[in-house]
Write a protein that binds this ligand. Structure first.
Ligand SMILES: *[C@@H]1O[C@H](CO)[C@@H](O)[C@H](O)[C@H]1NC(C)=O
Ligand SMILES: *[C@@H]1O[C@H](CO)[C@@H](O)[C@H](O)[C@H]1NC(C)=O
Length: 511
């Protein structure tokens, strides 16, 4: 995409800019193994050691821009002032004492990313929704003075912004009785790593949520260079634009938290490909305005993490991520089991919780291409029959309609023009924005692929098994519900093309 390439060119060009005062060359430090340090009055010091460099992943380490230029501001919103900002300045204690800040409430910090501002639509929307769901202090961290290109400079600035944020939280702890355990920092992109640098210097920080943590310059680096699970009591992350370099995406593949979610494998988000359609941007400008069109064009995938998190704040459908070693296994339904205590099925977004498992596990889920983004998952298995002397395999499209006891029906495509080998068992992951609950029957519609020899058109299905996410809507029990269905009619398991065949549960029917 043109604009994405332009952004990349700005980054590449930055490497050629000469700025001896503000720049550390990679090579000399590699050789000498020296330590460079800069101190920032009450905030403390930053060090650059050889381990901050990597020949492939982090060739440059600049020093941050001066504090006065980055000019970090803390913008407070509460239910008493949901839209009118109160600036909190620790150098002017009255601005804090006379504000609506109350240390007895939980406090949410929102930290924006690269080339972004405190004043945009998503920050406003997140502020409002956080105030809607509970009586929070919401503090928007404005570092717009430090988030501009070149990217390498912005990356360096995040370290200083992290110091400012840590100092501010520690100040509130010392002077207002704020408990750092009640503090939750939500950061997008570079803002995720700012949260990490802050958490490193705040003892007992409650939670960090990373929304597509930035990848370039952090990917494959030691944990103290990037956000990691030691930065807060609970660190959760949503990855939506993972790639190894900035040409491919802005996000980061490496797990950074106690729990890491990868919607749609963490990349190529559904609906983002629509931007390649001519006039798609005109649509967005018409419906969402120029700002949104610009954001989406620069990176629809990178911003999707924000959209998903926003929906988790007031959505009705829980985003359930399923722990799996990789996305392919997840898609084939091989990981569809929530574990003995539900630890393998976890809710993504504001309701994410610690699992008790060691950090580094990946949780996968599918999401929709438009609002509502949240989907319910179901694993469907068909046990194919073995026709005597009949065709061994047949190609076609299988559509499955699941029916609930209260008359709801949900139709999903099980396969499209796929080969079915008789005698085998075939499993797929189904997803739907609607919750069918616990289905009581499944109806199969079979369409044979055209161009096959006439007698190869029937499909034989002996049994259908369905595993649902279970009673997750209550957000309490995370068990999988299991059902097995057998042919309802005495005609048996042979399904002719374009004929609907019903499968129901019975005492003798099990997989
Ligand atoms: C908070 O108090 C501790 C302990 O007295 C002190 O070491 C620290 O510098 C203080 N921090 C701030 C930001 O006031
Ligand atoms: C959540 O809030 C947004 C407005 O902020 C609204 O458009 C949306 O319909 C709400 N969703 C639900 C499920 O209530």
């Amino acid at each position: 995409m043109a604009l994405k390439w332009m952004v990349f060119c700005v980054l590449a060009a930055a490497s050629a800019v000469e700025d001896p005062d503000n720049r550390k060359f990679g090579l000399p430090t590699w050789i000498t193994g020296g330590v460079d340090e800069r101190c920032y009055d009450e905030l403390g010091c930053l060090q650059v050691t050889p381990s901050w460099y990597h020949a492939l992943y982090r060739q440059w380490n600049y020093w941050p821009l001066p504090r006065i230029l980055i000019n970090v501001k803390f913008r407070l919103f509460t239910r008493k002032n949901p839209t009118l900002v109160q600036l909190m300045k620790w150098k002017e204690p009255a601005t804090i004492a006379e504000s609506n800040f109350d240390s007895a409430r939980p406090t949410k910090f929102i930290v924006h990313g690269f080339i972004d501002t405190y004043n945009n639509k998503w920050v406003k929307s997140m502020t409002q929704k956080l105030l809607d769901i509970a009586d929070h202090n919401v503090v928007v961290v404005d570092w717009s003075g430090g988030c501009l290109p070149p990217y390498v400079q912005a990356t360096a600035n995040t370290r200083l912004v992290g110091l400012e944020l840590a100092y501010f939280i520690n100040y509130l702890k010392n002077n207002t009785g704020l408990n750092p355990g009640d503090v939750h920092i939500i950061g997008h992109s570079l803002g995720s790593h700012i949260a990490g640098y802050a958490g490193e210097r705040v003892t007992g920080l409650g939670r960090i949520t990373a929304l597509d943590p930035a990848g370039p310059y952090f990917h494959n680096m030691p944990s103290y260079v990037r956000l990691d699970p030691t930065d807060a009591q609970f660190v959760d992350a949503i990855h939506t634009d993972v790639a190894a370099n900035v040409m491919m995406g802005y996000g980061m593949d490496d797990p950074v938290g106690h729990i890491d979610f990868y919607p749609n494998n963490g990349k190529n988000q559904p609906g983002c490909e629509a931007l390649e359609r001519p006039l798609a941007l005109v649509d967005i400008v018409m419906t969402e305005g120029f700002e949104e069109a610009g954001r989406v064009m620069v990176s629809c995938n990178h911003n999707r993490a924000i959209t998903l998190f926003l929906e988790s704040l007031n959505g009705t459908c829980p985003y359930i991520g399923i722990r799996c070693p990789n996305y392919n296994d997840f898609k084939e339904g091989l990981c569809f089991d929530c574990g003995a205590n539900g630890e393998d099925c976890q809710e993504m977004g504001i309701n994410a919780q610690p699992t008790g498992l060691p950090p580094g596990e990946k949780y996968y889920l599918l999401t929709n291409k438009q609002t509502p983004y949240c989907l319910h998952h179901m694993k469907a298995t068909v046990k194919l029959g073995s026709p005597s002397g009949g065709p061994q395999s047949v190609k076609g499209t299988l559509t499955m309609t699941l029916k609930s006891a209260d008359g709801k029906a949900l139709t999903t495509q099980f396969s499209k023009d796929e080969k079915f080998n008789h005698g085998e068992t075939k499993t797929v992951l189904l997803s739907s924005p609607d919750d069918i609950g616990n289905p009581v029957a499944a109806e199969i519609l079979w369409t044979a692929k055209t161009g096959q020899v006439l007698n190869l058109k029937n499909l034989e299905v002996d049994k259908v098994a369905l595993d649902g996410e279970g009673n997750v809507l209550t957000r309490a029990k995370k068990a999988v519900s299991k059902n097995t269905f057998c042919p309802a009619s005495s005609e048996g398991s042979v399904i002719a093309p374009n004929k609907k065949t019903e499968y129901v549960s019975s005492a003798s029917c099990s997989l």
